[in-house]
Write a protein that binds this ligand. Structure first.
Ligand code: NAD
Length: 424
């Protein structure tokens, strides 16, 4: 496997990094004099590949490959999650770090973009092995992270406990407790109220705003949601609370349809016990039929590359709000645009999580903690203002919301780059 950064700088790379490069190319004509700096966005500032050796419970030694990437730090310290997954590659981490640069710029929080991960199936490890791997990885990337340098957070298969181990390992190495080195921590260690629900809440706030922008009322909408986890579950709860009907749901276990709308409190209770939607009442439909289910708003909130050229044409929704990262391929994006389907891209739609991570970091620095109500109010305002700004750019340039979001994000990063100048 060729992991060299150079091999990923080719535009013919078809993975997530290739998708990101194509997105940057598409907005370059709109960047005016700032396009002079655009190459900055097409290269990660810094990449680190580390070996993570641990002793397994059976006495053998196992090695895992880990990564931390700083994509761009022009606007502030790096910010981005840590993913534990057997398919993690440097290319994927580079793309995810780049999307974090765009995301933090779009909601205008003073961070750059970073991401990390380990190529591992964490489900194959015992709790002790998971802790040893997390602590060794944290030590190996120690020179890249810090409250003023780069602040990791949870991502796929990492959680509050893993953030607690990372915070403790970093603090022990520093010789003092440093809560601000990670976000998404347990409340008892300086975590923030509202962080767990923030991404789903942001998805709902942006969907409501976008739907109103189209002259429609979210309380009358029929919603289809893929993924009822952290993001999809909270978004579904808020949609249902607003009066909207959740008519189609899909997770790893089943695809269910109910034209009258699911009883969301009961469904979420079922998921909290069974960890899947299977077994809940509703018409069971074929996996692929999820995409053509009659609905007004579609929320992909599970995995990457779900909306493709194979299913985009059959989508009935007027509005798609990307809760997941990278759920729509560029070919599908083109088909949806031709069909007149409005797509709110991931880099704004799921930015609620990083926004409340920013609040957590600020609270840790000031050692003064806000109420959940204050957090939700501030989150709603940031998400609403960011969406309105993007909608304005889309209308004035006659471009899609994705292109407008990239214009706003890239401009903010490149303006900072230009004002700072090159050293030396
Ligand atoms: P999660 O693990 O809590 O939930 C994932 C959901 O996806 C589950 O309901 C699972 O059943 C479903 N799923 C898994 N495989 C599936 C399949 N093959 N078909 C249909 N559904 C499937 O994850 P999450 O934290 O809710 O994250 C979901 C997405 O949102 C990811 O793309 C993640 O990167 C993105 N995201 C999450 C956050 C956050 O704060 N959690 C922030 C930004 C972006």
């Amino acid at each position: 496997m060729n992991h060299s950064v150079a091999s990923y700088l080719q535009t013919d790379n078809l993975g997530a990094w290739g998708t990101y490069l194509e997105q940057v190319d598409r907005v370059t004509p709109y960047l005016g004099h700032l396009s002079r700096w655009v190459e900055t966005l097409k290269r990660p500032k810094r990449t680190l590949i580390v070996d993570v050796p641990i002793e397994l419970d059976n006495g053998t030694i196992s090695h895992y490959e880990g990564y931390r990437v700083h994509h761009n730090l022009s606007r502030g310290p790096g910010k981005g999650g840590i993913r534990y997954h057997p398919d993690v590659t440097l290319s994927e981490v580079m793309a995810l770090s780049a999307w974090m640069s765009i995301k933090t710029a779009v909601v205008n929080v003073p961070f750059g973009g970073a991401k990390g991960g380990i190529r591992v199936n964490p489900k194959s490890l015992s709790l002790g092995e998971l802790e040893r791997m997390t602590r060794r990885f944290t030590s190996e990337i120690n020179m890249m992270i810090g409250p003023q340098k780069d602040i990791p957070a949870p991502d796929v298969n990492t959680n509050e406990q893993i953030m607690a181990w990372m915070m403790d390992t970093y603090s022990v190495n520093q010789g003092h407790t440093s809560t601000g080195v990670v976000t998404g921590k347990p409340i008892a260690l300086g975590g923030s109220l509202g962080r767990r629900d923030a991404t789903g809440r942001g998805v709902f706030v942006v969907a409501k705003e976008a739907y109103e922008d189209m002259g429609c009322d979210v309380t009358q909408a029929r919603i289809a949601i893929q993924g009822l986890g952290n993001v999809g579950g909270e978004a579904a709860r808020l949609f249902a609370k607003s009066g909207a009907k959740i008519v189609a749901i899909q997770d790893h276990s089943a695809t269910l349809y109910n034209p009258n709308g699911f009883n969301m409190p009961d469904l979420l209770k079922h998921v909290s016990i069974a960890h899947e939607i299977k077994g809940f009442e509703g018409e069971s439909i074929a996996v692929d039929s999820f995409w053509s289910a009659p609905c007004d708003i579609l929320i992909p909130a599970a995995l990457e590359s779900q909306i493709t050229k194979l299913n985009a044409q059959s989508i009935q929704a007027k509005l798609i709000v990307e809760g997941a990262n990278g759920p729509t391929t560029p070919e599908a994006d083109d088909i949806l645009q031709e069909k007149g389907v409005v797509v709110v891209p991931d880099v704004i739609a799921n930015a609620g999580g990083v926004t409340v991570s920013y609040f957590e970091w600020v609270q840790d620095f000031s050692s003064f903690f806000w109420t959940e109500e204050e957090i939700n109010q501030r989150l709603d305002k940031i998400m609403t203002d960011a969406f309105r700004g993007i909608s304005y750019v889309a209308k004035t340039n006659n471009v899609s919301l994705r292109t407008a979001t990239f214009i706003v994000g890239c401009e903010r990063i490149l303006k900072a780059r230009e004002m700072r100048g090159l050293y030396p």
